[in-house]
Design a protein around this ligand. Structure first.
Ligand code: GAL
Length: 703
C-alpha cells in the first residue's frame, strides 16, 4: 500500500519577514535560481519587524506519487491575489489554475505570460512556490473529510444554499517533483508582503529615464529612411518620442532570426543608430531567440540547442553557458556595442503549436517543461547582463516571465488586445513583480484610440505598437490634439514616474498596483493610521468594495488612482478607498471611502489624487532629460493636508545608483502663520546628482 510521506515544514529565516521551507528534495533547477536573484537587503530595513506568521505551523507538505502536495490553510473571510498575470480576475480564491507559461488564451486558467507561483492573502502574508514545473493550484477548492472546519453536507433537493463548490479551508498545490522549496512572506499588510517579495528578488527595476518617456514601434518593413522620416514628423508635429522600436524587418531574416541587420533596409546600422541618438531617440529591436540556418551563429549553436525547432530555427539551450554566451555575444556585437538601447523579445511564451513540445530535450538536461517555464527569465537575465557590462540601463519588452523577475528591465505585452482586460492585467502585474503595458495598436474609432492612449500613458510603458497598422499618434485627426496632450502629460510626469520606479527598486513598492494593496482598502486602516473599528466599517459603504472584485481601476504610483474609460462609455463608477480624494485636473474634492460616478467627457481619463499628495512634474518636452540636464519643476499639491514627498534623482542612464550615486530630496508642503500652504524642497546633498533648475508651486485645491 502506498503511504504518503507527510511532513511539517521547518522554516528558516532567509531575509527579514521571509522564511524558506523545504519539502522532500527540491530540484536544483528553480525559478529563483534561473532569475539569479540577489536580495536587496537594505530595502528590508525600512519594513516593520515581524514574526513568523502562525499559519506557518499549519502548512503541510506531502510526498505522494512521486510528486509534492502542499496545503496552506485559509480563513473563511480571506481573499487571495496574484498567481501571475491574470487578465480577467483579481480575486483568485476558489480558482483552479494550471500554471504554465503560454500566450494568454482568453481564460484565467493559469496559462499566461507570467504564471508566477506567488500569491498574497488579504490577511497579510504571501506564499511562493519556487518550482520551474507546471503547477496545479487549487486556490481554495477541495475539502478534506478530516478538516476541522469542513463544510456540512446539504440536501440539493430542498436546500437553496446548496452549492456545487462547498467551502474549502486550504490552498492545495501539486508540484510534479519529489520536493520543493516554499517561501513564506509576512506583512503585516498585503503591500508589505509584495514589498518583501520584490526585495527578495533584488528590488524592482529602475528603468533609464528615457524608458519612461513616449515610444512608438514602427511598421515591420520600415527602412532606415522611413524611420528617420517618422522621427522628423514627430518632431515637426511636436509629439514626444524617446525610443523607436523596429519590428521584424530590421533583420535579414525573421521567424527564425539571424540577429543580423537587413543590408537593404539598413545599410549602415551604426550610422543610423548614432544619427537617431543625436536626435535624442534610442532604438529598440524586436527579435525572438530562435536561430535561423542563415545566422552566423547557427553552426556553433547547433550542438547546444534543443532537440526540436521553432519555425525551423534552433532553440538555444539557455540553461547552458555555451548557448548563453554565443547568443549574448552576437547581440552585443551586432547591436549593443553600436548603441542599440534595448530589445523586444517575442515568442518566448507560446503558443503550444509552434514552441518546442514537452517531449523535447536539451543538452543541459533541463526538461522541456522547465525550459518553457523559464525561457522568458533567461532572455531577460542574459540581455540585462549585456547592458550591465556596458554600464548602460535598458528598458524593453518581453512576452514571458516568471517568479524572480522584479529587477529585470522588461515590460510584458501580448496580442490579445482587449482594453478592459489589459487594465485588469495591469492591476495583477503589481502582485507578482512584473510590469505590463496596455499597448495601443489600432482602433476602430477615434474614441477608442484616445481611450487606449489615455490609459497607456498611465502605465509602465507609454507605447504605440504600429508594427501592423502603421498608425501614428495623429492618425485620428479628430482626437490628435488630445492624444498630443496626453503624450506630453506623460513627459511632464517623468519626475513622478521616475521616483515611483525608484521606490520599486529601493523599497519594493510596485509602481502600478491594485487598490486592494492600499492601506485604506485591504488592511482597513485609515490614512492617519488609526485602526478603524468593525463598527466604523459597518457604516462605511466602502466595505462593500472589500468583498467586491475591482478590475477596472488601479493605483499609478502611491498617490494616483486611475479609472480608465472604455470606448462606448460616457460614465463609470469609481471606488475611492478611505481618505479624501481630489480630482487630478482641477484639484476639487471628489469623495472619501465611497463609490462615485463620473462622466468625464472624451478628453479626460479620470485620475484622482490622495489628500496631501505631492506630484512633482516638469515642463513638457519631446525627450526625457538627459544625464545632467536641468529640469524646471512644477510641484503640485492636492487637498488640505500637509504633505511630504521624497523626490528621487540620479544620472538616469547608468548603474551608478547601485553605488550610492543618487539623491532623495525632501519636498514639504505645510501651512504658514496665516494658514496658507507653502512649499519647500531640500538641497541635494553635496556631490550627489542635482538636476533641478527652478521650482514653481501649484496648490491645486487651495489656489
Ligand atoms: C507578434 C508580437 C507583435 C509584433 C509581431 C511582429 O508576435 O506580439 O507585437 O512584434 O509579432 O511580427
Amino acid at each position: 500500500m502506498f503511504l504518503p510521506l507527510r511532513s511539517q515544514i521547518v522554516w528558516e529565516l532567509v531575509e527579514p519577514g521571509v522564511w524558506k521551507g523545504v519539502v522532500g528534495i527540491p530540484e536544483k533547477y528553480s525559478l529563483l535560481g534561473v532569475a539569479g536573484v540577489t536580495p536587496n537587503k537594505e530595502g528590508f530595513s525600512r519594513l516593520p519587524d515581524v514574526e513568523l506568521p502562525s499559519l506557518a505551523h499549519e502548512i503541510v507538505g506531502t510526498l505522494q506519487d512521486g510528486k509534492t502536495a502542499l496545503r496552506i490553510p485559509l480563513d473563511r473571510k480571506e481573499q487571495l491575489y496574484g498567481f501571475g498575470l491574470n487578465f480577467q480576475t483579481v480575486h483568485q480564491r476558489g480558482k483552479i489554475l494550471n500554471l504554465h507559461v503560454d500566450h494568454y488564451g482568453r481564460k484565467d486558467d493559469g496559462r499566461t505570460h507570467a504564471p508566477v507561483p506567488f500569491y498574497v492573502s488579504s490577511n497579510g502574508y504571501g506564499v511562493l512556490v519556487n518550482s520551474a514545473r507546471y503547477l496545479t493550484v487549487y486556490a481554495g477548492s477541495g475539502a478534506r473529510k478530516d478538516s476541522p472546519d469542513a463544510p456540512v453536507a446539504k440536501d440539493r433537493n430542498t436546500d437553496k444554499t446548496w452549492t456545487a463548490a462547498p467551502y474549502s479551508d486550504a490552498v492545495s498545490i501539486l508540484v510534479p517533483a519529489s520536493g520543493v522549496e516554499i517561501y513564506l512572506f509576512a506583512g503585516p499588510t498585503p503591500m508589505d508582503v509584495v514589498r518583501r517579495y520584490n526585495l527578495l528578488c533584488g528590488g524592482g527595476t529602475l528603468p533609464p529615464r528615457w524608458g519612461l518617456g513616449f515610444t512608438l514601434r514602427t511598421h515591420k518593413l520600415y527602412s532606415d529612411s522611413d524611420v528617420r522620416k517618422e522621427a522628423d514628423e514627430f518632431a515637426q508635429k511636436g509629439f514626444p518620442l524617446d525610443f523607436i522600436g523596429l519590428e521584424p524587418g530590421w533583420q535579414s531574416k525573421a521567424y527564425p532570426c539571424t540577429f543580423e541587420w537587413d543590408k537593404k533596409r539598413f545599410p549602415d546600422p551604426s550610422g543610423f543608430v548614432k544619427d537617431m541618438a543625436d536626435r535624442g531617440i534610442r532604438i529598440n529591436l524586436w527579435t525572438n531567440p530562435y536561430v535561423s540556418p542563415d545566422s552566423e551563429i547557427y553552426d556553433e549553436m547547433y550542438p547546444v540547442s534543443g532537440s526540436h525547432t521553432v519555425w525551423c530555427g534552433i532553440v538555444p539551450d539557455l540553461a547552458g553557458e555555451k548557448a548563453r554566451k554565443l547568443w549574448a555575444d552576437k547581440l552585443e556585437r551586432e547591436h549593443v556595442s553600436i548603441g542599440v538601447g534595448g530589445y523586444k523579445i517575442d515568442e518566448v511564451d507560446g503558443y503550444d503549436r509552434y514552441l518546442w513540445p514537452d517531449v523535447a530535450t536539451f543538452p543541459s538536461g533541463v526538461t522541456a517543461e522547465q525550459m518553457r517555464q523559464t525561457y522568458g527569465l533567461w532572455v531577460q537575465r542574459i540581455t540585462d547582463g549585456i547592458y550591465r557590462k556596458h554600464n548602460r540601463r535598458t528598458y524593453g519588452l518581453v512576452r514571458a516571465s516568471n517568479a524572480g523577475a522584479s529587477s529585470f528591465p522588461y515590460v510584458i505585452y501580448n496580442d490579445y488586445y482587449n482594453h478592459r482586460d489589459f487594465i485588469t492585467a495591469l492591476i495583477n502585474s503589481g502582485f507578482c513583480g512584473v510590469l505590463w503595458t496596455p499597448e495601443v495598436r489600432s482602433s476602430k474609432t477615434a474614441e477608442e484610440w484616445l481611450r487606449r492612449i489615455q490609459s497607456v500613458v498611465f502605465s509602465p510603458m507609454a507605447m504605440i505598437d504600429a508594427w501592423s497598422s502603421g498608425l501614428k499618434p495623429w492618425s485620428f485627426p479628430e482626437v490628435a490634439d488630445n492624444v498630443k496632450e496626453y503624450a506630453l502629460l506623460r513627459m511632464k510626469m517623468i519626475p513622478y514616474w521616475y521616483t515611483e520606479f525608484a521606490r520599486y527598486h529601493f523599497d519594493g513598492i510596485p509602481p502600478f498596483y491594485a487598490v486592494n494593496l492600499e492601506p485604506g482598502f485591504a488592511f482597513r486602516e485609515q490614512k492617519n493610521e488609526k485602526r478603524l473599528t468593525d463598527a466604523d466599517l459597518e457604516d462605511n459603504p466602502y466595505l462593500e468594495a472589500v468583498s467586491k472584485e475591482i478590475k477596472d481601476q488601479y493605483m499609478a504610483g502611491g498617490s494616483l488612482l486611475v479609472a480608465p474609460m472604455f470606448a462606448g462609455e460616457t460614465n463609470r463608477t469609481v471606488v475611492l478607498p478611505v481618505g479624501d480624494w481630489y480630482d487630478f485636473y482641477t484639484g476639487e474634492y471628489v469623495g472619501n471611502g465611497e463609490r462615485i460616478t463620473v462622466s468625464p467627457g472624451l478628453d479626460r481619463i479620470p485620475v484622482f489624487v490622495k489628500d496631501g499628495a505631492i506630484i512633482p512634474m516638469m515642463e513638457a518636452s519631446l525627450h526625457a532629460p538627459k544625464t545632467g540636464q536641468k529640469m524646471n519643476l512644477e510641484i503640485r499639491h492636492y487637498g488640505k493636508s500637509d504633505g511630504t514627498y521624497y523626490l528621487y534623482d540620479d544620472d538616469g542612464e547608468t548603474f551608478g545608483y547601485e553605488k550610492g550615486e543618487y539623491s532623495w530630496r525632501e519636498i514639504k508642503v505645510t501651512r504658514d502663520g496665516n494658514g496658507k500652504l507653502k512649499g519647500s524642497i531640500s538641497k541635494a546633498v553635496k556631490g550627489k546628482p542635482d538636476n533641478i533648475a527652478s521650482v514653481t508651486w501649484k496648490f491645486m485645491t487651495e489656489k
